[in-house]
Design a protein around this ligand. Structure first.
Ligand code: SPV
Ligand code: MN
Length: 620
């Protein structure tokens, strides 16, 4: 079949203007397979973008809410989070990745997904979209072609990614771009029906991902986690970093400077809240490309321009900036919240919520039970919002700089109730790589499956790795050798608990980040512990007063920063087992693991106790 048969002259012209045979071939191939009734090419023109937004309303994937610009989209009841089980890497013969990764032999997987996609767009419209992952005209950026039959997906991508149609023209016919083919499949009440046939297959060989029978953005939106997987492979091959990281500017009061941080946190562990901390500026909240420039300076870009954030516990006290952004008129897609009288409601919003309405289960009233007999909450725990960063008052002015922003520090954070202290600075780069590599975190509602299970999640990137763990760690180790201005590495934990209660408030992270920022300029001394450098009580006390207007009690500091040696030893025991099952883990990693364990054992012996208060150690 040729494209002339299905595209009208206007659409053919739009496609032809790109002079890109590779893109045309891909479109032709998937039009023939998916068999849409109609194909529409979307350029960067406002009228094309408006067309997509309107289509999402017309086909029922989104509905208008009362506030100007707000819409609601519901994903299917069983399509509320990333589906790790059905996300697989198509593994060509002879290629190896870590055992922890989900793979399927390439030929077998392709056959399966292509047969599911055969005719999947019958009666539907295929949208053809072009985007740019990263700032326009930037060495960092990668172009992407998206084919989808979901106007919701295409609309979300408008808000989340920079336009790429004009950028594609500059490719001069090259096939150097990622491509994504998505179909929501058959719909029931506007949501994907056949989730049992949901597949998300990553084809590294062709720089493409094929995804079908889903709408939840983590599964469907090509440019988000699907592109992340392709980019991790590309970055590893080309010797730069693709990370599951925010990029933010930290602005200490009274000082005329901004210091850029990137931070990796597993999903639903405070990444967006950190990047949106009051008084700071945001570049991105999810995915960063990081390279070293000609002067040996690490630089980062946000590959996105919007936020697909979790809308839970977003209230004026804990997340003031996000709360304000979501309760004022602007283009916003809410997903999987409760709708009552045209207004959105979510869990932990800090106000009275209605007893009925529409949610991800359909008509809902308090006490409604699901098939499994469990009560359905008013909104899903992984309910989301989609907004553009440029519209926020805290948007960083360098967000679109094609050269990226200079990065001074990396943060690794997990959700851990009983071991990791709130903030600690690594001893040096390789130790920092070790700290990132051994990250553990409790599972959350951001992925399907059980919540609250402690899982190893190296650099918060495990779900997205497409290379062996050893390759990935090696590329981090090498990265440190390329930089002349060292990057400091910090580990944080916002979720330490005692007797079931969190030891820290939601905004305490502001204090930690300003302490980290000051450390970069040697403005704070630190205490050297077996884990690395930790803050002095006096400094935190001042920061709590200055930034949160709070008294920070010494007893709270002691509780939060005591080193729970036995818990750490157990953690490193688990780590050792996991890494032993991997091939070719670099020696430097093993050295750091051994030294780390030894330092803990020495401290336990020296102080004769297994919970060691911070001030037992000496200050630098
Ligand atoms: C995450 O889960 O890490 C997210 C949302 O950022 S998703 O698009 O589902 O990946
Ligand atoms: Mn994420």
């Amino acid at each position: 079949m040729s494209l002339e048969k299905i595209l009208d002259s206007e659409n053919l012209e739009k496609l032809g203007a790109l002079e890109n045979k590779a893109a045309e071939d891909i479109i032709e191939h998937f039009v023939a397979l998916c068999k849409p009734d109609k194909v529409t090419v979307i350029t960067d023109a406002q009228e094309d973008i408006d067309y997509v937004r309107q289509l999402a309303l017309d086909n029922g994937e989104e509905k208008k809410l009362e506030m100007e610009g707000h819409t609601i989209h519901f994903d299917g009841y069983n399509d509320q989070a990333r589906d790790k089980g059905n996300t697989k890497i198509l593994l060509p013969k002879g290629v190896e990745v870590s055992k922890a990764l989900n793979t399927v032999p390439r030929e077998e997987g392709l056959k399966e997904v292509l047969s599911i996609m055969d005719g999947c767009m019958k009666g539907k419209e295929m949208l053809v979209r072009f985007f740019c992952l990263g700032p326009l005209d930037s060495e960092f950026s990668i172009l992407a072609l998206q084919l989808t039959d979901s106007a919701y997906v295409a609309h979300s991508e408008d808000m989340l990614y920079r336009t790429g149609y004009e950028q594609f023209k500059k490719l001069n016919g090259s096939n150097e771009f990622f491509h994504f083919v998505h179909s929501a499949g058959e719909l029931e009440n506007g949501a994907s029906k056949n989730v049992d046939k949901r597949r998300i297959y990553v084809d590294l060989q062709e720089n493409r991902v094929l995804t079908v029978n889903n709408q939840y953005a983590g599964n469907s939106v090509g440019l988000k986690k699907l592109a992340l997987r392709l980019a991790i492979k590309k970055a590893n091959d080309e010797d730069w970093l693709t990370e599951h990281m925010f990029v933010m500017g930290v602005h200490p009061n009274g000082k005329d400077r901004v210091t850029y941080f990137t931070g990796a946190f597993p999903s639903a562990c405070g990444k967006t809240s950190t990047a949106m901390l009051p008084g700071q500026t945001i570049i991105g909240d999810d995915i960063a490309y990081i390279r070293v420039d000609g002067e040996g300076q690490a630089r980062a870009v946000n590959i996105e321009q919007g936020i697909f954030g979790i809308i839970r516990d977003v209230n004026p006290e804990d997340d003031p900036i996000i709360y304000k952004a979501l309760t004022t008129p602007r283009e916003t897609i809410f997903s999987n919240v409760l709708i009552n009288n045209g207004k959105p409601y979510w869990l932990g919003m800090g106000m009275e919520t209605p007893e009925d309405g529409m949610n991800f289960s359909g008509e809902w009233q308090e006490g409604k039970k699901g098939k499994e007999g469990k009560e359905i909450p008013l909104a899903h725990k992984n309910a989301r919002y989609t907004i553009r960063i440029s519209e926020l008052e805290n948007a960083d002015k360098n967000a679109d700089d094609p050269k990226g922003v200079p990065v001074s520090a990396f943060i690794y954070g997990g959700r851990d109730s009983n071991t990791n202290i709130p903030v600690v600075e690594s001893l040096n780069w390789p130790h920092g790589v070790f700290v990132g590599a051994v990250l553990e975190s409790e599972t959350t509602a951001a992925t399907l499956g059980k919540e609250g299970e402690l899982k190893h999640n190296p650099m918060a990137n495990l779900d997205f790795l497409t290379v062996p763990l050893s390759t990935y760690i090696n590329s981090h180790l090498r990265f440190g050798e390329y930089v002349d201005k060292p990057i400091k590495v910090f580990a944080t934990n916002y979720f330490l608990k005692e007797q079931g209660k969190y030891l820290n408030g939601m905004l305490d992270k502001k204090v930690w980040i300003l302490w980290m920022e000051g450390r970069i300029y040697n403005e704070f001394k630190a205490i050297e512990t077996p884990l690395g450098m930790i803050p002095l009580y006096e400094d935190l006390k001042k920061l709590f007063r200055q930034y949160l207007g709070k008294d920070y009690a010494k007893k709270d500091y002691d509780k939060q920063f005591s080193i729970r040696v036995d818990n750490y030893l157990e953690k490193f025991n688990r780590t050792e087992k996991i890494f032993k099952a991997e091939e070719k883990i670099p020696d430097v990693f093993w050295e750091h693991l051994q030294q780390q364990i030894q330092r803990l054992l020495d401290a336990k012996k020296k102080f004769g106790r297994s919970t060691i208060p911070p001030e037992q150690f000496t200050t630098d």
